[in-house]
Design a protein around this ligand. Structure first.
Ligand SMILES: NC(=O)c1ccc[n+]([C@@H]2O[C@H](COP(=O)([O-])OP(=O)(O)OC[C@H]3O[C@@H](n4cnc5c(N)ncnc54)[C@H](OP(=O)(O)O)[C@@H]3O)[C@@H](O)[C@H]2O)c1
Length: 224
């Protein structure tokens, strides 16, 4: 699925209805959870999404669909420096070229985040990106969006162990482990909370995993 630039904006408005933003801050629990609720026009969007230019974001799976829309919106509207990843190098290079020609500050790395090697490759590139001296908050990551997710639709009794591992590693383990790896960069102490503000972690889920469960296969439902 490819989204046009106008549908990107509409998509983000829709996305705002369903996402929960987790702010990492220094508190008794260590994690403060806030939930942003729906809006319908650009001025409301401006109010909800105040992001300093050259803030940094990691968006997994940015070459297609929802991830591509998020990367484009963050980089274009908000001037965010974005790192994204995908498994297919050709697709990634094509997207990076398009973003570059549009003047957007998007970095990329070929990586499979369902594997520990892939996650390490992402972290190496992330470390390189956030050390750039013109970042809004040098050495810190401001936004992590765990977008990668996949599915195989089958009857429950037809799922193999390999299916289970693929969906588990892609939809759950990847975001759990990647968020842990990013935590040192997302974490704010009292001082950096004042200067850099809170960081945010967003996991893209699906209504297919909620109470309105649709026929997407029991493994997809289990892990979303
Ligand atoms: N589309 C929907 O209707 C829908 C609805 C509700 C929720 N969602 C959720 O929204 C998220 C995005 O869905 P989508 O439909 O936009 O996906 P999509 O169009 O299939 O795109 C997935 C993106 O992630 C990359 N990717 C997939 N597996 C990866 C991996 N293991 N490591 C690194 N990159 C990987 C893909 O590139 P490569 O193939 O090159 O790796 C691609 O850039 C998913 O979490 C999905 O569950 C989707």
């Amino acid at each position: 699925m490819r989204l046009s630039s106008s549908s990107v904006t509409h998509f983000l408005l829709w996305l705002n209805l369903v996402i929960t933003t987790v702010h990492f801050a220094q508190s008794n629990t260590g994690i403060e959870i806030t939930s942003d609720r729906g809006v319908g026009n650009k001025s409301d969007l401006d109010l909800l999404w105040r992001i300093p230019p050259k803030s940094t974001a990691l968006v997994t799976g940015g070459t297609k669909g929802i991830g591509h829309a998020i990367v484009t919106q963050l980089a274009s509207t908000f001037g965010v420096r974005v790192l994204t990843c995908a498994r297919k190098e050709d697709d990634l290079q094509t997207c990076l070229q398009e973003w570059k020609e549009a003047g957007y500050d998007v970095w990329g790395v070929v990586a499979d985040v369902s594997t520990s090697e892939g996650r390490e490759a992402v972290m190496t590139k992330l470390h390189e990106m956030i050390q750039q001296s013109d970042c809004a908050h040098v050495g810190k990551l401001d936004i992590l969006i765990n977008n990668v997710g996949s599915n195989r639709r089958k009857k429950t009794v037809e799922y193999t162990e390999e299916d289970f591992d693929y969906i588990f590693n892609t939809n759950l383990k990847s975001l759990y482990e990647l968020t842990k790896l990013c935590y040192p960069y997302l974490r704010r102490d009292v001082e950096s909370l004042q200067t850099a503000g809170p960081s945010s972690v967003i996991h893209i889920g699906s209504v297919a995993g909620g109470p309105t469960c649709i026929k997407s296969g029991t493994l997809y439902v289990r892990f979303l």
